[in-house]
Design a protein around this ligand. Sequence first.
Ligand code: ATP
Ligand code: MG
Length: 380
Amino acid sequence: MNETKSPFIFGRKAVGDSFTDREKETERLISNFRNKVNTVLISPRRWGKSSLVKKAGDLSDNETQKVVYIDAFSLRDQGEFYKVLATEVIKGTSNNIETWLEYVKRFFSRLSPRFSFGTDPINSFELSFEIDSVDKNYQEILDLPEKIAIDKNIQLVVCIDEFQNTATFEESALFHKRLRAAWQNHQHVTYCIYGSKQHMMSALFERQSMPFYKFGEIIHLGKIPITDWVLYITQQFQSTGKIISGLLAEKIAISVKCHSYYVQQLSHLVWLATSVIADEEAFAAAIDDLLAQNDMLYQRETDFLSETQLNFLKAVASGTSDGFSNSVVLQKFKLGSSANVSKLKKALVEKEFIEFRGKTAEFLDPAFELWFVREILKKF
Ligand SMILES: Nc1ncnc2c1ncn2[C@@H]1O[C@H](COP(=O)(O)OP(=O)(O)OP(=O)(O)O)[C@@H](O)[C@H]1O
Ligand SMILES: [Mg+2]
């Protein structure tokens, strides 16, 4: 039995020793926060947005600059958004109940929020509002961060994670207009907006007709480079008294295309399969383990694909990265007409199986790609 704790983290924000690289991006965010530059951070799922913003936020949080976090992932409508915004801004700018009550009295004139406290008042404090009243007076909540920042003579940074989820709200276009209209007048609050679903985020922030056009600096987060991963993996092994060669560490990173979550997960699995020195056998066992864990999910996901969609993925998995409308490719993979190819591309991007970098198609989930090659392509 191995009693040591794994040095790899996945499925939670990477913090402390598990956070690697991203030095330039961290500095950039810190500088944006300090210089009141709004930031929009976009990347596919699990590349490390939340970890990065938390890291930059922790380094920026001090006496004169406070950082507040909101996660829009589970919010269902505008009302919930306003409620969480008000609660988090109040909680994040002071840590005693007296001040919270005072803020509410001073900064809300038209709205009269209700409080709720649980057994642990500091952490379970929550505000709520009458729906009708919020719909008329939402402006008071949107301006709350600015008012508190002025009053306390501080700079506030409001970070909103999983922002793409707000596009599912009813009347989301109106909601986004309201946000933009309020935020552009704030002099003491900087916003950091981040999320996945690249096409949705890009549409919101990069299209001229959209309310968030030119809202701030847009950062498309890249992958952590292989050299950093190799260093990180070898060090983490070492820190627990195990050894892995640079070559094998590199193989781990390459096999999951340097995807942050999967590099950590696969490293963890190799680490588990290793007693002292990691070898090819441990690596093979780790890959088997990774694919077995996802087998049911991937099976189910592919079950929902049409025959031609599946064929398109087969083409990508066999190394075709562009030129899908080429007649040889059309025939070989039975993709139908070239008009059909555009439809296939669109559907598979929307379902988040693949993405295009320029004209080049890539699988979004590198573990799915490994599984697909093994389970579908090899039996083709
Ligand atoms: N800087 C980093 N160093 C090492 N590992 C990282 C780093 N950033 C992210 N990871 C790994 O990737 C995983 C996902 O990171 P994170 O949750 O920050 O990504 P995300 O882009 O916010 O994902 P989601 O799209 O699901 O919100 C983490 O659990 C961790 O395993
Ligand atoms: Mg995240």
